[in-house]
Unconditional design. Structure first.
Length: 317
């Protein structure tokens, strides 16, 4: 860069000559730059085995519509271990819906990597609690880094956004612009969010199955690389119990908000049966999104909102 700058001023000199002059003029600054270059050189990513590093991250591309997504990926195999679609960003929900099932069904990874967000505090607390069951107990149980440096999972979100989030978001934005999507109250907003969450679950589940079965260059097929991780041989607490212990030790946790109990399971099942008989399943609706059939998506969302409000108590609607 210095050589190029000098050329813009009409001075031509070799890089060797420039380097020697810099050492003579300001040796301290020259040595500082040398050390800085070494520090800034990227360190190649390394995960030595399945169960070594578990990358966990969130996606908020549809959060304004009541959709919050969380996923985790194994650093060695690139296998998507689990994903969830939630109505809100919350420690207890993330632990109960995502991390506790991983502990129950698979076990503990040697290292958990997250960003600096506080929404993963309970997950980190659990990872620290069960660190003795890790395959390797040499390193730290969890590490926090900036989201852009959590590279293994960031690549996954590119696919999710392209194939699920952005197509759905475009249709919702189009409905807002043409005036057909208006949130008259919190209940209506929740219903739209529920519709979107169910749609996202279908799209992401399809994507997970495809992702875990595709060949990753220089590694192989993620599903074929799975091996056992550190199994936990004791009872794993629920989110509520773990949150109470976290608070008792001086931590602060936000409890989940009311999921908006606008109807019970019986009413929900009745609404679904009615809706599926009219509009088909959410697999069909996701197909409409992929086929860019805005008209069909719009009519299905309207039908879902109207039917849900029909099955609500009058005072709730």
């Amino acid at each position: 860069m210095t050589q190029g700058y000098l050329r813009t001023k009409g001075v031509r000199a070799s890089t060797t000559a420039i380097s020697k002059l810099q050492q003579q003029v300001d040796p301290q600054a020259f040595n500082t730059r040398l050390r800085g270059v070494k520090v800034l050189n990227p360190v190649p990513y390394r995960a030595d085995y399945f169960g070594h590093k578990l990358h966990l991250d969130q996606n908020e591309k549809l959060v304004m519509y009541g959709v919050f997504q969380v996923a985790c990926i194994d650093g060695y195999s690139s296998q998507i271990i689990k994903h969830v679609v939630l109505p809100e960003k919350n420690n207890v929900l993330i632990y109960d819906k995502l991390f506790k099932p991983i502990l129950d069904e698979k076990g503990v990874w040697s290292m958990l990597r997250t960003d600096h967000g506080t929404e993963f505090a309970l997950v980190q607390f659990a990872q620290n609690m069960f660190q003795g069951y890790r395959l390797s107990t040499e390193g730290l149980p969890f590490v926090q880094s900036y989201s852009k440096n959590n590279l293994r999972i960031e690549r996954w979100w590119v696919e999710v956004n392209h194939r699920v989030n952005y197509p759905i978001k475009k249709f919702l934005r189009d409905m807002e612009e043409n005036g057909s999507l208006i949130y008259r109250n919190d209940t209506r907003w929740f219903i739209v969010g529920e519709f979107c969450r169910r749609l996202c679950e279908i799209g992401i589940e399809r994507l997970v199955n495809s992702w875990n079965a595709h060949t990753v260059p220089h590694r192989g097929v993620p599903n074929d690389l799975e091996t056992p991780v550190g199994v936990v041989s004791e009872d794993i607490p629920t989110g509520t119990v773990l949150a109470n212990e976290y608070v008792r030790l001086g931590g602060s946790i936000t409890r989940p908000g009311a999921t908006h109990s606008i109807y019970d399971e019986v009413l929900a099942d009745a609404r679904d049966s009615h809706f599926f008989s009219v509009a088909g399943g959410f697999e069909d609706i996701y197909g409409f999104v992929m086929a860019n059939r805005f008209d069909l998506f719009q009519s299905c969302l309207h039908e879902y909102v109207n039917l849900t409000q029909q099955y609500l108590p009058v005072e709730e609607a």
